[in-house]
Write a protein that binds this ligand. Sequence first.
Ligand SMILES: [Zn+2]
Length: 139
Amino acid sequence: MADILSAEMRSIRMSKIRSKDTGPEMTVRRFLHSKGFRYKLHDKNLPGKPDLILTKYNKVVFIHGCFWHGHAAKNCKIAREPKTNVDYWRNKIATNRKRDNKNQRLLRKLGWDLIIVWECQLRGSGKNKTLQSIVKKIL
Ligand SMILES: [Zn+2]
């Protein structure tokens, strides 16, 4: 279905997906909050501006959109390669992945533990399991 979108429409749609308070991120935030966790959001002083920062536990959480961050998992149904403007998107996503890797290295150097959650893991039947696993990783 996505392939019939024009480049412009796709760009608009993707920029919406990219915005800060995306659905998957809100899902994680609401869940953790309901479990009593408190966190900071998008601390721009930390590499990659992590989505959630749990200072007390020394953990940062990234909720990654599968398309933008190039989720490489075989069973990911979101990160399918677009059939139009292939070079453009490949390039863009490769750049994003490089940046992610660099930021993750820097964060580890600074002593943070990282929890990476992928958008597709928060969809469908796997959602609750994913949320529980985040709690386990924090504690
Ligand atoms: Zn994915």
